[in-house]
Design a protein. Structure first.
Ligand code: ADP
Ligand code: ZN
Length: 657
């Protein structure tokens, strides 16, 4: 039961890894130098030959001995190629030369040369002209260096966006849409968020109405929610509904290598928006700049300056102009208090993970333009995707459409959706992973252990699927339980049943093979969390009764509870947690022991088929004479509130030694 669809959406801390630039420059310079040397040596290769000076006498002697092949008259000397050298290949030739002596009788010399049949007009050496040589050894390298340098400057100024001192005026990171084309109709569910944003839209339509009464106008709102819940989409929809331009930038985009760049970008952004007002400015991942100013490590100048600039701009602009700043974060608790003061981001709009009907509507929105086959039941898919966010669902629908195309069908059917649900939520099926026969048997018994406990106990969620096909997420198999309807309250009995189900896997391993495997690690972690919550938060233990032992630090998102009691009490609470887990384990073990034949039967069936449905499971259970009433009658039930009602499944991390 471990696939948590929430992906950790923590923006990367950009500025930390950014001092690569000086190294890049250095590398470019070295490259240019190497290139220059290379070019020069190549050029020397072209201008090959070695030269050797001889006297004029030697020249005439060679001529009279008929040893010359070719001469070339240059302005200050005569190049001489002997027949011997001419026979060699060009690179190895030695070219002789001699100075032109003054008052040389050129006519006489020419006749002599003619007499010995020496050519004197040709080019002895494929001599590069001095101009060419100059170009090759100087102009070219400089041009190349210049090119590299300007390339570098361009990349750098692009990264600096708003630019300092006019180096780069391009605001590459600011992203502006005159019309987003997104409306509230494109955002499924999120009714409360929409309602809060409605006022902002009204204000953008009609700022005067608010000004007339003297109402203080909103400047900013903070959208708080997990990644993929649709914060960006909502912000765009606000702009779309109000029909105003949408400026967006990501918080991490502000923070760059150079101190001051972020601040100048903020200034720039607000200037641009003011020109186009009324407008929406959307700052994604505001926690990247808005983190609490931390002086412990000497602080971060750049981030602090950027943040200060942002605060100054927000305080400075005239709200009646109609610029509204929306910011998104999934970690509101790390934000600097200064950001949250009145007149800044004083409104907080929670963008929750969608509930059942929210998920259904999201699926509807995303299947609007998709051809669906008759058998598609989006309610079922919505029910199976508890815990998924809008982005997951959008992804799921798209995967399903891709699969339908791949299989050459005209419309998306339910099977496509179910399969892509597994791809998106549980990772792709890895048919190739090889488990040994023994491992497979253990996994099968483990999974059936979960499923059978759930099926045999009252108050449990119906099992919808058991599989021992490994998934990329690392699970060797899993048991999926599907709540029949969304539930917000769980009784103590229901939670106890969930505990029994969670430890059922280990109980089966122990019962059948007498061993304990690493496969149960995730189950144990979840069971322990649940038991701890029952003791410390839900007031469900005999020992502490109604006493809360923890406080929740951040009530909005995945808040971690912190123990808030004496150390001795905490130790007692640990004892109580252990007792709860032990009781559950004993119950599960007893139950499985009593139905050992059934356990074997189903495990064998699972080993053969690798994946079985909840119905197949229930058929076995119902056929078994001694069974209690099937769990289906107990009514649906969601996981504990802390688990957010995720589709329960019991996966195993790969077995480690
Ligand atoms: P966030 O900014 O919260 O990380 P996004 O707004 O970028 O999430 O959402 C990503 C995508 O997920 C959207 O483009 C949209 O396709 C889909 N999505 C998320 N929430 C919803 C929703 N409530 N209704 C419809 N689509 C949604
Ligand atoms: Zn398990």
């Amino acid at each position: 039961m471990n696939h948590d669809p929430k992906k950790s959406g923590r923006p990367p801390d950009n500025h930390d890894g950014d001092n690569k630039q000086p190294r890049t420059i250095l590398m470019l310079i070295v490259a240019a130098l190497i290139f220059t040397i290379f070019i020069n040596s190549v050029y020397e290769g072209i201008a090959n030959a070695q030269y050797q000076e001889i006297t004029y006498d030697q020249f005439t002697e060679l001529l009279s001995q008929d040893q010359l092949a070719e001469v070339e008259f240059q302005s200050d000397r005569i190049l001489i190629l002997t027949k011997e050298e001419a026979a060699k290949n060009a690179r190895e030739q030695t070219i002789f030369y001699t100075g032109l002596i003054p008052n040389l009788d050129l006519n006489g010399l020419q006749q002599d040369l003619d007499g010995h049949d020496v050519q004197y007009s040709g080019h002895i050496v494929e001599q590069a002209s001095p101009i060419l040589s100059f170009i090759v050894s100087w102009v070219l390298p400089i041009a190349v260096m210049y090119l590299l340098f300007s390339l570098l400057m361009r990349t750098m100024s692009k990264r600096m966006g708003g630019g300092i001192g006019g180096i780069g005026q391009s605001n590459a990171k600011v992203y502006m849409e005159k019309q987003t084309g997104v409306t509230f109709q494109d955002v499924a569910g999120q009714d409360e968020a929409k309602e809060s944003l409605q006022e902002i839209i009204d204000f953008l339509h009609n700022p005067q109405k608010y000004a007339d009464i003297g109402a203080k106008l909103p400047k900013g709102a903070l959208l708080v929610g997990s990644p993929g819940t649709g914060k960006t989409l909502l912000a765009k929809a606000v702009a779309g509904e109000a029909n105003v331009p949408f400026f967006s930038i990501s918080g991490s985009g502000f923070v760059e290598m150079f101190v001051g760049v972020g601040a100048s970008r903020v200034r720039d952004l607000f200037q641009q928006a003011a020109k186009m007002a009324p407008a929406i400015i959307f700052i994604d991942e505001i926690d990247a700049i808005g983190k609490t100013r931390d002086t412990r490590l000497g602080g971060n100048d750049e981030r602090e300056q950027t943040l200060n600039q942002l605060l100054a701009e927000m305080d400075g602009f005239d709200p009646s102009k109609g610029v509204i700043v929306l910011a998104a974060t999934n970690r509101p608790e790390v934000l600097d208090k200064a950001l949250l003061r009145p007149g800044r981001f004083d409104r907080r709009i929670i963008v929750d993970r969608p509930n059942l009907s929210g998920r259904y509507q999201t699926l509807l929105v995303h299947t609007r333009n998709i051809k669906l086959a008759e058998d598609v039941d989006l309610h079922k898919i919505a029910a199976a995707t508890a815990g998924a966010v809008g982005a997951d669902l959008a992804n799921l629908v798209n995967e399903a459409a891709l699969r339908a195309v791949r299989l050459g069908r005209q419309a998306v059917n339910q099977q496509d959706l179910l399969v892509s649900f597994e791809t998106v939520i549980a990772g792709t099926e890895k048919k190739g992973t090889v488990l040994t026969e023994t491992e497979k048997r253990i996994v099968a018994y483990h999974e059936v252990g979960h499923a059978l406990v759930a099926a045999l106990e009252k108050h449990s969620q119906p099992v919808s699927k058991i599989t021992i096909v490994p998934h990329t997420s690392g699970a060797l198999g899993y048991t999926m339980q599907m709540p029949e309807e969304e539930k917000y309250l769980n009784s103590k009995q229901e939670l106890e049943t969930e505990l029994d189900t969670l430890v059922g896997g280990r109980a089966a391993e122990q019962l059948v093979f007498g061993i304990q495997t690493t496969g149960a690690a995730n189950d144990i972690e979840r069971a322990t969390d649940l038991a701890r919550n029952m003791v410390t938060q839900y007031g469900m233990s005999d020992q502490f009764g109604l006493m809360a032992l923890t406080t929740v630090a951040n009530e909005y998102l995945d808040g971690r509870a912190m123990m808030n009691c004496a150390d001795t009490t905490a130790a007692l609470a640990d004892q109580e947690v252990k007792t709860l887990l032990q009781q559950s384990y004993d119950r599960a073990r007893k139950l499985l022991g009593e139905h050992r034949a059934l356990l074997d039967e189903i495990a064998l069936f699972l080993l053969q088929k690798e994946t079985i449905t909840g119905d197949e499971l229930m058929a076995f259970v119902n056929a078994d004479k001694q069974t209690l009433p099937p769990a289906g009658e107990a009514g649906g039930e969601a996981a504990g509130p802390s688990a957010g009602g995720t589709a329960g499944e019991a996966p195993e991390p790969p077995a480690a030694p």
